[in-house]
Design a protein around this ligand. Structure first.
Ligand SMILES: NC(=O)c1ccc[n+]([C@@H]2O[C@H](COP(=O)([O-])OP(=O)(O)OC[C@H]3O[C@@H](n4cnc5c(N)ncnc54)[C@H](OP(=O)(O)O)[C@@H]3O)[C@@H](O)[C@H]2O)c1
Length: 257
């Protein structure tokens, strides 16, 4: 059993991480800006990575930190977290969640993630960086926002290997229980699927409502080239066990996808 701080423990991934770590009998503390959140199998530490408020108390006595928080200013936020962890004198294992292919795809958010990875690697703390492919939730969101449109627009030649956050949480649990590894092997979902087929799966999961015509548009530019080349994929590391259709089956009935 370890004492673990989860930043972003109220987020899409973080909730599954907290559940997993609690099931594995770790003592979990969640860093959150909200004092009034839902109760759960964890301690709550109110703090803010943007201002530094509450960070010293949050890192006090922890043996590992799973850093899932994301927002604006992630590089500075990660620097503040590292500084607080170093000041604590506990030398906690810092586990950072990142994204497959960020060094090949120049999205501004990906550049920020890459810079935050560098902060973690230079932190002087024992660390592990775990890159994952896109979460099912994110892919479903692309299509959910287009649900009332007569057509669903997808990028031509884009493929994804979406992964369930429970599968990412399982891997993060293994990392917390083990020794720091630096850069861990990438992880991805069970299947590589074209964006047009993902759109049809989403449409079918909603009972075929809407017109369901998928329009594939070519996107210009180096970012699109990076996705079309498959830099966001890791087929050799398809460790996810829950596919997109199964995710949709669970979430559509709950009105969440
Ligand atoms: N989405 C994907 O497809 C994907 C794929 C691979 C990797 N990732 C990475 O996985 C991680 C989690 O992503 P997610 O989609 O689960 O995130 P999310 O749902 O957007 O959750 C963001 C979390 O960050 C916390 N947060 C934001 N600003 C904060 C601040 N100033 N101080 C403290 N906490 C703050 C929020 O907590 P409160 O609101 O409670 O304060 C919230 O729990 C990110 O690092 C992301 O880059 C995402």
């Amino acid at each position: 059993m370890r004492s673990v701080l989860v930043t972003g423990g109220t987020g899409t991934l973080g909730k599954d991480v907290v559940r997993r770590l609690a099931d594995e009998h770790h003592e979990v503390t969640v860093l959150t800006r909200r004092a009034d959140g839902e109760p759960g199998p964890f301690l709550r530490e109110v703090g803010d990575l943007t201002t530094g408020m509450g960070l010293s108390a949050a890192v006090e006595g922890v043996e590992a930190i799973v850093h899932c928080a994301t927002g604006t200013g992630d590089v500075e936020a990660t620097r503040r977290l590292v500084a607080a962890a170093r000041r604590s004198g506990q030398n906690p294992h810092l586990v950072y969640v990142s994204i497959v292919g960020i060094d090949h795809i120049g999205l501004p958010y990906y550049r920020t993630k890459l810079a935050a990875e560098q902060v973690v690697a230079a932190s002087g703390l024992p660390y592990t960086i775990q890159r994952a492919t896109q979460f099912h939730d994110l892919i479903a969101r692309f299509f959910a926002v287009q649900r009332w449109s007569p057509v669903t627009v997808v990028a031509r030649r884009f493929r994804f290997q979406p992964i369930h956050t429970r599968d990412v949480a399982r891997r993060l649990g293994e990392l917390v229980a083990g020794d720091p590894v630096g850069m861990a092997p990438d992880i991805g979902g069970p299947d590589v699927i074209g964006m047009d087929r993902l759109a049809r799966m989403h449409h079918d999961a909603h009972g075929g409502r809407g017109r369901g015509r998928v329009v594939r548009v070519p996107l210009p530019g180096s970012i699109a080239t990076g996705f079309a080349a498959g830099w966001n994929l890791t087929p050799a590391n398809a460790v996810g066990t829950i596919g997109f259709e199964q995710f949709l089956a669970e979430h559509v009935t709950r009105g969440e996808a």
